[in-house]
Ligand binder design. Structure first.
Ligand code: SF4
Length: 406
């Protein structure tokens, strides 16, 4: 049985048979996970320095040389790596006096911080399956991002208190700017215009207070208020769509959840995309008091926007990127800054970042070629074993070598 690291659901029930060059038989793997596993056979990379193929030892030695001589090193990525590698990475950051940040810095971080610091009530996905009668997907489309969330936990399965499941006992609500694939499956869809989420929340709070809502279709808003009021155990799954729309108004979500909890039980589980973003956020929080954007420069621990990838990319003189492709995913200015410094990429497969990196170190793919552990989107720790033999080093082994040699 394998664990899929294709998304933060970390499905543990994957049965697959691999034959030369392809997955020959598979059970329980979704389309997204299939693509993730299939990547084992495609887009693999070799160790390189300045575009020339070298040995792994040479690539590691060059990475050590770059980091040792950097005045402002940046360590970035982390969300697609195991806890064990993240732990070594944070220690490496301390040893180097580096800035360290992860992908949560520009997506779910603001929300994850509220959950990890206990400012938003949360629950496990097993609680969702057993107790939840209302799931609200807000600015999220799990049918594409977490394809088995509805079938394993949120809508279709029978749970200990939800034996009648979606046919009679579960509501699935979608609040989004478009009628997504998930909205087409669910019982209720509420459209918000781009950026209209704050007004929508204010109207839901009005309805829950027994007032006429100022925003949106009044009848639909009152219908929504009725569903929420009748809920016994509700869960809001906020996606990046909601986080981007609210930004510095994220407190509004807290207010709504507090209002709902005056009436019934409501929890929040952020729709984390990368399989171990939550793990990195938890480790760094425990270590430094902040979930991301931390600097260990000159032996001092500081955190704040000046340590975000966007700001740090402008002043760093070397960057180590692990399990991430910032040159494809970050704004052009940040990508351009990173491409202009001594860049080290550790990754199981090819990306724009590995193409541009001065030093490329291939790593084993967690869940397939390397064992370790990760924190699922709901905070549950999942362990995984390698299911195929590989000569490649894991992220943890590569980082430990770099740390030791520095
Ligand atoms: S839902 Fe996510 S973890 Fe589960 S099989 Fe699909 S990609 Fe993998």
């Amino acid at each position: 049985m394998a664990v899929c690291t294709g998304c933060s659901l970390l499905c543990e029930d994957i049965e697959l048979t691999l034959k030369t060059g392809a997955i020959s038989q598979v059970k329980n793997l979704c389309r997204k996970g299939h693509g993730h596993f299939q990547a084992l056979f495609t887009e693999r990379i070799v160790p390189k320095i300045d575009g020339q193929e070298v040995s792994v030892d040479q690539a590691i030695t060059k990475a050590v040389d770059i980091l040792r001589n950097a005045k402002h090193p940046l360590l970035y990525g982390w969300s697609n790596s195991a806890l064990e590698a993240q732990r070594v990475g944070i220690d490496l950051g301390k040893k180097l006096g580096a800035t360290i940040d992860d992908t949560s810095s520009f997506c779910q971080g603001i929300l994850m911080e509220l959950v990890l610091t206990g400012k938003l009530p949360t629950c496990t996905l097993d609680d969702v399956r057993n107790f939840a009668d209302t799931s609200v997907f807000w600015g999220a489309d799990p049918s594409n991002s977490h394809p088995r969330l509805l079938s394993r936990f949120a809508y279709y399965p029978r749970g200990s208190k939800r034996q009648k499941s979606y046919e009679e006992e579960r509501n699935c609500l979608v609040v989004d700017v478009r009628k997504s694939a998930t909205a087409k499956l669910c019982s209720n869809y509420f459209r918000v215009p781009p950026g209209g989420d704050a007004d929508f929340i204010a109207s839901v709070i009005d309805v829950l207070d027994g007032k006429i809502p100022k925003y949106g279709d009044k009848k639909r808003m009152i219908d929504l208020g009725t569903i929420l009021r009748k809920t016994e155990y509700g869960v809001i799954f906020p996606g990046v769509g909601l986080v981007y729309a609210l930004q510095d108004k994220i407190e509004l979500l807290k207010t709504l959840v507090a209002k709902l909890n005056e009436i019934t039980t409501f929890k929040v589980v952020p729709m984390v995309e990368h399989y171990n973003m939550r793990g990195f956020n938890q480790l760094l929080l425990d270590d430094s008091g902040s979930i991301n954007r931390v600097s260990f420069h000159s032996g001092q621990v500081t955190h704040g926007p000046e340590n975000s990838i966007m700001a740090a990319a402008k002043i760093c003189d070397a960057a180590l990127v692990i399990g991430s492709d910032p040159l494809s995913s970050l704004p052009f200015g940040t990508a351009k800054s990173l491409a202009g410094v001594s860049l080290i990429a550790i990754d199981p497969r090819r990306s724009l970042t590995t193409d541009a990196a001065q030093v490329v170190i291939p790593s084993a793919m967690y869940g397939l070629e390397a064992g370790g552990s990760a924190i699922r989107m709901d905070g549950v720790r999942i362990e995984f074993e390698p299911i195929v033999k590989s000569d490649l080093l894991s992220d943890e082994q590569i980082l430990a070598r770099i740390k030791e040699e520095i």
